[in-house]
Design a protein around this ligand. Structure first.
Ligand SMILES: Cc1ncc(COP(=O)(O)O)c(C=O)c1O
Length: 368
């Protein structure tokens, strides 16, 4: 008989009774959106958690757009080709050209040694992603941004609760953006946030997420970037489970690592990153070739197991980009053809990790 499907991720949902109890307060107050009490509580809690002011918005893509707008970016931005398409799309949507610079072969984040040569006279920013939650080389990127007077935005969609030397990495740069999508380690079903240390920048984000409108005043261009009380309620309840979920993800990741250790596959290991407190958001493996990756996908799919080719394509190869922006990024292109994220979620049964790794082992051994 076929086993139940195992997807790459599974949304954690809080106990129904807890959500029902919380809904009572929303029904009683009839305050369902527009800066409600649950939004404010979530923002306060996150600000304390990150030690930096945090504005919650509709999703991680709108968070990126608001960060780009509030920093008045124009012209072009140096960015990573190894990320989710939202990173590139947010720039294009805001009329800023993405200048793709390749990633480093160790952690797959924007390679600082290649950035300066790519800066154009119209470049106003660097937009980098902490891929899989592994931190960019902030010291190097911040120095380059400073030298060239560029804004530095981090797409920290994967980096909730990632710390370096005890401090949340969403405090880095001019601004960081988060996604609270249902697939993320912390989620509000749909949601996102802008985190920044600059109060004036955040005031602009606040105004822009609310149509540029406050009271009877219409102060400038804005968008609807608000989020509802129902979404914030899910977020507040999910926060209660985060520590336990992280431990479960960590244990499953370590089990994967142990079971795959002797195979010719590359696994990223948080222990190799000095000072890192990782969130175990993903368990990516990197195959030697694209054909091995495709065989693994095929064999796992045949067993009703659905890992994800994350990220594919390399964003510099997107078909809809103007040709002049489609520069070669060999490290990212190779990674996009060989990376595979294995199923990882807190209640994934360790027995299934054994099953998944046995299928991987058989395939790799046949391949050799
Ligand atoms: C790296 C990255 N950036 C941005 C986004 C967009 O976030 P959202 O889906 O909340 O709009 C995502 C995820 O979905 C992501 O993985």
């Amino acid at each position: 008989m076929n086993q139940p499907a195992i997807q790459v991720s599974k949304t954690y949902l809080p106990p129904r009774e807890d959500y029902h109890a919380l809904l009572e307060s929303v029904w009683d107050s009839q305050w369902v959106t527009n800066n409600g009490p649950l939004l404010r509580e979530l923002e306060r809690t996150l600000a304390t958690r990150f030690d930096s002011d945090t504005y919650v918005v509709t999703n991680g893509t709108v968070a990126l757009q608001l960060a780009i707008r509030s920093l008045s970016l124009t012209g072009s931005a140096i960015t990573t080709p190894f990320s989710y398409v939202a990173t590139t799309n947010a720039l294009l949507w805001e009329g800023v050209d993405p200048i793709f610079v390749d990633v480093d072969p160790d952690w797959y984040c924007l390679d600082p040694t290649l950035v300066e040569a790519a800066i154009r006279p119209d470049t106003t920013a660097i937009l980098a992603t902490h891929v899989y939650g592994y931190p960019c080389d902030h010291t190097a990127l911040a120095a380059i941004a400073e030298r060239h007077g560029l804004a530095l935005i981090y797409d920290a969609a994967h980096a909730f609760d990632v710390k370096v030397d005890g401090r949340s990495i969403v405090t880095w740069g001019s601004a960081s953006t988060l996604s609270f999508h249902a697939t993320k380690v912390f989620h509000t079903i749909e949601g996102g946030a802008v985190v920044a240390g600059d109060a004036e920048l955040l005031a602009r984000v606040d105004l822009m997420r609310s149509f540029g409108h406050t009271g009877r005043e219409y102060l400038g261009l804005g968008i609807n970037g608000k989020t509802s009380e129902l979404h914030c309620g899910i977020g507040l309840l999910n926060l209660r489970q985060l520590a336990a979920n992280r431990v479960a993800r960590r244990d499953l990741s370590e089990l994967y690592r142990d079971l795959l250790r002797d195979l010719p596959l590359r696994c990223l290991d948080p222990a190799d990153f000095p000072g890192l407190e990782y969130n175990y958001a993903y368990f990516p493996i990197f195959c030697a070739t694209n054909s091995l990756r495709e065989s693994l996908v095929e064999r796992l799919n045949a067993h009703n197991i659905f890992p994800r080719r994350y990220f594919e394509p390399s964003l510099n190869e997107l078909d809809f980009l103007p040709t002049e922006l489609r520069v070669a990024c060999p490290v990212s292109e190779h990674a996009s053809r060989t990376a595979l994220c294995l199923p990882l979620y807190p209640d994934l049964d360790p027995v299934d990790v054994h099953r998944i790794t046995s299928i991987i082992r058989e395939t790799v051994v046949q391949w050799a």
